[in-house]
Each structure stands twice: as C-alpha cells, then as structure tokens.
Design a protein around this ligand. Structure first.
Ligand SMILES: Nc1nc2c(ncn2[C@@H]2O[C@H](COP(=O)(O)OP(=O)(O)OP(=O)(O)O)[C@@H](O)[C@H]2O)c(=O)[nH]1
Ligand SMILES: [Mg+2]
Length: 221
C-alpha cells in the first residue's frame, strides 16, 4: 500500500510476474489484486509461498467515488501479515505523502503493531547526492528498503527480507478461554494455530502453535 503513483503496481508486477495495470495517472488500481509469490529460500529449494495484494493508492483528499475501493484496500491492510508501504522517494513531497498515509491508516483504525516495511521506490530517479542523503537517512533503520521497481535494483534484498520475516520460529502454548471469549477462539482457528482443544466447564482449553507475531496480535484482540 502507499500513496497513489508511488509504484505499487510496478513493484507488484515485478515481484509476482503478473501484469497489473501500471500507469502514470491517479488511481490506476481500483481494486486490490492478489497473486502468489514463491519466496527465495536460503538453500535454493522452493521457498515459502505467500499471497501478495496490490492495492488502491492513498491520497490526502479522497474522492467520494473511491471510498468503496479504498475500504477494500483497508481490509487487505488490516488482514495482512506484513505490509509494504511503498513510497516514491524521488517525489518532492515524499515526506508529506508518507505522513498522509500514516494519518489515514491511524484514522481508520490500523494498529501500529501490523508489521510494516518501508519501500523507498524510484531510486533510479534520485541523483548521486540525493542517494547519499537517503543512505544516511535509512541508516540504523532496519525496515527500510531503497529500490527501483523499474530497474529491479534492491528487489532481491527486499524479497530476502520478506522471506526472513515469514521464517519465524513457532512456539507451543496452552491457552484457557472462557465461553465469553468466542471471538478470540474464532481468531485462533482462523489463523490455523490450534493443534487441539478441549471443552472445559468454563470454556475451552487450547493447545496452540504460533509465531511471536501471532501471539502479539492475539494479545491485542
Ligand atoms: N522511474 C521510475 N518510475 C517508476 C518506478 N516504479 C514505478 N514507476 C512509474 O510510476 C508510475 C506509477 O506507477 P504505478 O505502479 O502505476 O503506481 P501505483 O502506486 O500502482 O499507482 P496507483 O495504482 O494509481 O495508486 C508509472 O509510470 C510507473 O512506470 C521506478 O522505480 N522508477
Ligand atoms: Mg496501482
């Protein structure tokens, strides 16, 4: 996700090998589009398969006709295991655009706990001195990836980082939920982390196997 015209569809096409309309116009993408990606693995065997979703772009003053498309995008963002915030880093107003995106997300109730990478796109349009400034800026920030979706620069590093983000260790845990906590139980099942469960006098006792990320999300339900 990201501001309109940031290059989301171009990046999506490059990562998935799909052909989604990428155009130099506002709101080229009107609906979230999903495709599978096989991530790289360290030993060269077939990696994990994930589903990527390309979304409609954000803009500070959202035209009313686009609110529905935008809602669909938001659902994608809320459900995502990892969000890539794509920025046109060559745009003179890139900072304002990023701020707008952050504000829209917050106002619509996206929790800051959603894991997010910042993808600094259109690096090919940045001159050498600008690049040096960006390098300084991104230093020490482990979730910033300067790329060019057009030339492919930086894409491999980004894909490797995505693979690593999904390659988390899992731990097991026993949970006790009361009957009133049906929503939490449903969430656990939806995430596919329940190994087995038993009904008890007051609710359910569940044995779950999950990542730290899933545990964190569960605690916030
Ligand atoms: N120079 C350069 N141009 C790029 C890059 N990535 C995308 N573009 C161009 O930027 C324009 C917008 O790209 P899209 O991929 O359609 O942008 P988007 O974020 O999907 O836009 P919306 O769907 O409207 O929100 C197109 O003309 C792309 O060719 C890049 O890395 N470098
Ligand atoms: Mg698009």
């Amino acid at each position: 996700m990201g501001y309109t015209n940031a290059g989301k569809s171009t990046l999506f096409n490059r990562m998935t090998g799909a052909e989604v309309l990428a155009k130099d116009m506002l709101f080229a993408t009107l609906d979230p589009t999903m495709r599978g990606i096989v991530l790289p693995s360290e030993n060269g065997s077939a990696g994990r398969k994930i589903i990527a979703s390309d979304t409609v772009g954000f803009i500070s003053d959202l035209p009313t006709q686009l609110v529905a498309a935008f809602r669909a995008t938001l659902e994608e963002v809320l459900e995502a295991d990892l969000v890539l915030h794509v920025r046109d880093i060559s745009h003179p107003e890139t900072a304002e655009q990023a701020q707008d995106v952050a504000e829209i997300l917050t106002s619509l109730g996206v929790k800051p706990s959603v894991p997010m990478f910042e993808v600094w796109n259109k690096l090919d349009l940045v001159d050498p001195s600008g690049r040096a400034a960006l390098a300084v800026n991104s230093e020490g920030r482990d979730r910033v990836f300067p790329i060019s979706a057009l030339t492919g620069e930086g894409i491999e590093v980004l894909l490797a980082a995505i693979a690593q983000a999904f390659d988390e260790e899992k731990s097991e845990r026993m949970l006790t939920l009361s009957f009133a906590e049906g929503r939490k139980r449903a969430w656990l099942h939806q995430e596919g982390v329940v190994q087995d469960e038993e009904e008890t006098e007051n609710g359910h006792s569940l044995n779950v196997r999950w990542t730290a990320r899933q545990e964190k999300r569960f605690r916030e339900l």
